[in-house]
Design a protein. Structure first.
Length: 168
């Protein structure tokens, strides 16, 4: 029985801590400082991904940007607004943290390539609830031990480490 309690304590503390860390890290990266690459689109292509058993078909649009004195830079996204004809001048805002393209400005159009906030918000909500349940569970057990809270704190630290590893 004690083995099940140890496993339960580790899981109840580690999983919410990892979820919260991953979501906060992802939000921090999402709004990281950027630098601009000004250039011209020299190539574009589409990669079609056929439907699998439970997911629909989708297309990824890639563009290659050539900038003065820099190597060509290719990136892609499923948004059709990214598909740009060669010869079009663009400004690409790139994250200083991840070196991923975050925005593409072409003429008067801005294409936001960042991930939506919805997933991170759900991770924060569910991770917060999980952490509260873990604390309540440990507090309401008949035989409360300091060892349970210590083990929970260590497990939360492991979850934080895993969340950071997944996020980077």
């Amino acid at each position: 029985m004690i083995v099940l309690r140890i496993i339960g304590t580790v899981l109840w503390f580690a999983i919410p801590a990892g979820m919260l860390t991953f979501a906060v890290h992802d939000l921090g990266v999402r709004d990281a400082p950027t630098y601009d690459i000004e250039g011209t689109v020299v190539a574009h292509r589409q990669v079609y991904h056929p439907a699998e058993s439970d997911s629909p078909a989708w297309t990824t649009y890639f563009i290659t940007v050539r900038s003065a004195g820099e190597p060509d830079w290719e990136f892609g996204d499923p948004q059709q607004a990214l598909d740009t004809e060669p010869g079009t001048p663009v400004v690409v805002q790139v994250s200083k943290v991840t070196d991923w393209a975050l925005f593409v400005r072409k003429g008067g159009t801005v294409v936001d390539l960042r991930t939506a906030l919805g997933t991170d918000v759900w991770l924060l909500v569910l991770g917060g609830l999980g952490a509260l349940i873990a604390l309540a569970r440990e507090s309401l057990l008949e035989d409360r031990h300091v060892a349970g809270f210590v083990l929970g704190a260590l497990a939360a630290g492991g979850g934080v480490y895993l969340g950071l590893q997944l996020g980077s």
